[in-house]
Write a protein that binds this ligand. Sequence first.
Ligand SMILES: Nc1ncnc2c1ncn2[C@@H]1O[C@H](COP(=O)(O)OP(=O)(O)OP(=O)(O)O)[C@@H](O)[C@H]1O
Length: 699
Amino acid sequence: MGKAADSRDAGARLDPVQSFNRWKKKHSHKQSKKKQLRKQLKKPEWQVERETISRLLQSYGKINVNEITRFSDFPLSKKTLKGLQEAQYRLVTEIQKQTIGLALQGKDVLGAAKTGSGKTLAFLVPVLEALYRLQWTSTDGLGVLIISPTRELAYQTFEVLRKVGKNHDFSAGLIIGGKDLKHEAERINNINILVCTPGRLLQHMDETICFHATNLQMLVLDEADRILDMGFADTMNAIIENLPKKRQTLLFSATQTKSVKDLARLSLKNPEYVWVHEKAKYSTPATLEQNYIVCELQQKISVLYSFLRSHLKKKSIVFFSSCKEVQYLYRVFCRLRPGISILALHGRQQQMRRMEVYNEFVRKRAAVLFATDIAARGLDFPAVNWVLQFDCPEDANTYIHRAGRTARYKEDGEALLILLPSEEKGMVQQLLQKKVPVKEIKINPEKLIDVQKKLESFLAQDQDLKERAQRCFVSYIRSVYLMKDKEIFDVNKLPIPEYALSLGLAVAPRVRFLQKMQKQPAKELVVSQDNKGSEPRAPSLTNDEVEEFRAYFNEKMSILQKGGKRTEGTEFGLANGISAEEEEEKEDEEEIEEKLRKAKGYHPDSVPSIDESPKNKEAFLQFLTRDGEEEEEEEEEDGLDADFFTVKRHNVFGLDLKENKALQVSVLPVEGLLLVPISFYVALLLLGNYGKARTRRNL
Ligand SMILES: Nc1ncnc2c1ncn2[C@@H]1O[C@H](COP(=O)(O)OP(=O)(O)OP(=O)(O)O)[C@@H](O)[C@H]1O
């Protein structure tokens, strides 16, 4: 009995299941108590965020620029830092280092730095932080407005914003024009950060009843001077009038111009001026090698073709002065089959096409992009090796921006400027003053492939192409004619018939405004010979007259950009079976004629046609009797690229490679709306083409 009781006691004591269950009960009771206690102690998320924000705010005053090398050295939110890290942005660039702190402190900033130096993040980081600090939500409406001069730049900025801001909760939208204003209007009020072009924004301000910017905290003007140069001065004035006075404004550009200063006066309050490369020896990136060649207008197409043939594995951008040049030469070069894919980007393309081209060129490793100046500013195509300026830029600033599409953020790049003999002196002087180190190089005549005959045969078989060639011709001449700087651009010095021939045109098309100009010299010739015996010279427009034209065109552009209708008087061409482009051409010419008539009192009808003048006939005949061997198109090996470099750099063909001495010594100074709550969803609403908004220079 005693034995049995003992063994029962021991069994009860040692039953492992029972004791485990007992322990488990006790343990889970303890755990749930702990959990409850922790829950009670845990602060709500909003409170934690508030404390973080107040810590950040306290740190703003302690920012020491000299101690900053990484983004994480700035007092930034975890969400922004994570976004930057995920996009592989760790070290700051100079402009970021110098401006982000000031912007965080709430100051207005005017920032200028060389192309490709990282200005986009210099304003996007403060943008994200500004809304984060205020714990902005979609119900707060529009908090930040970022205005870019071109649709492509706006789109690109928006993409960077999406990338670095993806951990934040606010919504971002892209408005760059579209037919369906109503569709955009329904969504615009949910946008916290709006990236846009000025014309479309103003249209919403004018027409979208519920759109307002009363809560706006920050305005960013990217490539500010370009916004003004494109004729958006009135639009900008109107936009700024619609914005609250109490706001922070950031203004960025790669060049400091009068336009930037004007805009700064208009929109900034006691700004901090940050010009990081002010004391730099050169105003262009150190990794950018820059050369120019001088060649006759009629040689330029062959020079370009020869260049492309010897750079088949490179990524290049070629800048032209007008859409119609791009349109024609793009087609012609595709037919010439240089052995590299060619793309075209200009303002007359449908917005969808513009986007496609943009993305295609971003993706390609070797390709050539024919573009107008819509691609000159801000666009960040990766790994561009060459920038060619087929037509002389209107000024040194435009040169800097165009050339800046290569050699971006520590990469190497090369820029080649093609100048006419009449443009060389003035342009090189301007570049010198702007601290741009360009060297003259010569074309290797043995490498020049003459394509004129091929162009002639293309045009003989294709009426549409011929008409494009004619439009290209007129458009180029008009672009020279409208250039402000008459020291560089003199339409009278252009070899008109030779130029027409080089485009494949047997006869130079009639350029009415030119004919009218040419009538004047005849008059002046008599007067001047009688009076002074000085050299006869065709009159060029005075600066005031050119300004008058510009103002007139800007006004017109501004109406178009706001979605204004054409006046009845311009519609006649369509009724006569003239294509829209021809009609525009005619329209432009008529505007110029009208202005000329007013300015100079010309009588257009009595002027002889250019191609009838004896001088032109002679030139035409001379040109035809020249040896014009047509090069056979061969598939060349890529080694040609190196060959071209050798020619250029080592002067192995006994040609001049003279560095501009003066320069060396100089110390002179989608369509549509994209709505993105950054962290959650992407709704891409690509709409149709927004009107015929063009820039004054037919970009
Ligand atoms: N901190 C950084 N670290 C690494 N890459 C950077 C950094 N900042 C910018 N970049 C890269 O440098 C390139 C140029 O930047 P961005 O386009 O902002 O230059 P930008 O100064 O605005 O040029 P532009 O004057 O031509 O508009 C981009 O490819 C960008 O991703």
